[in-house]
Design a protein around this ligand. Structure first.
Ligand code: ADP
Length: 450
């Protein structure tokens, strides 16, 4: 097994990875920017190295500095967490060339799946259902218009290299499509370094259902069931649960088989997520693969009892899977709320600053993954995630009740957080019934505004 791992990340995920390493007797190296000197991951790791100024392009995205930190501390592997360099094929290649294991599926697979158009093409050829749309990047206005007319409006414009729910545009007619094209291309270039965009049929009122994949380097892949991430704002997830209220055993088997087909078609190893949209008629379509650990992985850990970070490290080291598909048993219900430093009553504007009072919930069925403590200063430079509140119940109803009382116990002051919005969601009968789609939060906020 690896003897020392550098964690190329910050926040709760860096803490989460360090915890897993400790339990596996693996030494850890934290890296941090000048804004994160007092961060929890720095305190918990065995060693810590400052990698530069606060802005992430000078620190957490600075490949030469991170590689130097890894060489100085003589680590065998780098865990990239999520975000930052986690889906950067170039970084994975550099790690390989320095004889450092990149804990992920490998540069080739990351590159293939990082291009949504190429990934859809591979999956279509493998017989996986995909959403109708462009087969190549949009060449010009006529190309986009022809595709949209062929698949029929509404359509959605997406960046081939996109991520984080950003830069997508829904278009209902030719005029909107033409006016959105240029902005979408420019945004894609600025945010993702590639102006390649494509048109896809816009699925109305879908659910987002994703499957957790676990694969070793010896040709074995299994899935650990689904997560329902339908509760989103602007295509970004807010609440996740496992299992999905919309998936029964038969659909789970079908979608799970497809998820494994996706993993095999991409030569996938370690942990990954195959994302699908489920339409109102119960048809599902592949949208993309996330080639890293997901923010929402704890809900799967809770219902399967499997530690995904440990499995990720083991499979990256080259160990074979120590379980078969039939060994995976889903028990009870888990739900996660993302507690962000953002103000839902003011367009989710960021809310950095010092946390003076912090109290997190506890008791049966409660897990909090966080890097926050009383006196912690939330820096303005990074993602706004402060904590993940994960609860467990034998049934969905029970999990909802645990979540409600946990949200009531949670105190983060004086900064604004998403806790009030979560309280609103968890007391809403529509959410209780579980009959929702990805426009749920907009509808909920709209109702509140009138
Ligand atoms: P990203 O990589 O930026 O997260 P995804 O392709 O994973 O983008 O999509 C994120 C979310 O955007 C989905 O969960 C869904 O809510 C919405 N979305 C994406 N594609 C479509 C589509 N074709 N029709 C309807 N909604 C979509």
């Amino acid at each position: 097994m690896f003897s020392k791992i550098l964690v190329a990340n910050r926040g709760e995920i860096a803490v989460r990875v360090i915890r897993a390493c400790k339990e596996m007797s693996i030494k850890t190296v934290a890296v941090y920017s000048e804004a994160d000197r007092n961060a929890l991951h720095v305190r918990l790791a065995d060693e810590a190295i400052c990698i530069g100024p606060p802005r992430s392009e000078h620190s957490y995205l600075n490949v030469p500095t991170i590689i130097s930190a890894a060489e100085i501390t003589d680590v065998d592997a780098i865990h990239p967490g999520y975000g930052f360099l986690s889906e950067n094929a170039h970084f994975a290649e550099i790690c390989d060339s320095c004889n450092i294991t990149f804990i992920g599926p490998g540069a080739k697979t990351i590159r293939l799946l990082g291009d949504k158009i190429a990934a859809k093409d591979v999956m279509r050829k493998a017989g996986v259902p995909i959403i109708p749309g462009s087969l190549t990047a949009i060449k010009n206005k006529e190309d986009a218009l022809n595709t949209a007319r062929r698949i029929q409006y509404p359509v959605i414009l997406k960046a081939a290299a996109g991520g984080g729910g950003r830069g997508m545009r829904v278009c209902h007619n030719d005029v909107r499509l033409v006016s959105a094209l240029m902005t979408c291309q420019a945004e894609a270039q600025a945010s993702f370094g590639s102006s390649d965009i494509f048109v896809e049929k816009y699925i109305e009122q879908p659910r987002h259902v994703e499957f957790q994949i676990l694969a070793d380097r010896h040709g074995h892949s299994i899935h650990l069931g689904e997560r329902d991430c339908t509760i989103q704002r602007r295509h970004q997830k807010l609440v996740e649960e496992s299992p999905s209220p919309a998936v029964d055993a038969k659909l789970r088997r079908k979608m799970g088989e497809m998820a494994i087909r996706v993993a095999k078609a991409a030569g996938y190893t370690t942990v990954g997520t195959v994302e699908f949209l489920l339409d109102r008629e119960g048809n599902f379509y592949f949208i993309e693969v996330n080639t890293r650990i997901q923010v929402e992985h704890p809900v799967t850990e809770t219902v399967t009892g499997i530690d995904l970070i440990k499995e990720q490290i083991r499979t990256a080291f080259g160990e074979g899977l120590n379980m078969k598909q039939d060994d995976v048993v889903i028990r009870g219900w888990a739900i996660e709320c993302r507690i962000n430093a953002a103000d839902p009553s003011n367009g989710f504007s960021p809310s950095p600053g010092r946390i003076q009072v912090y109290h997190q919930p506890g008791g049966p069925g409660v897990r909090v993954d966080t890097h926050v403590y009383a006196g912690y200063e939330v820096p303005p430079y990074y993602d706004s995630l402060l904590a993940k509140l994960i609860v467990y119940g034998r049934t969905r109803q029970e999990a909802i009740r645990v979540m409600q009382r946990s949200l009531d116990e949670f105190i983060v002051e004086p900064i604004r957080t998403t806790i009030p919005l979560h309280k609103q969601i968890f007391s809403d009968p529509t959410f209780w019934r579980g009959h929702i789609s990805t426009d749920y939060v907009d509808q909920l906020l709209g109702v509140r505004e009138t």
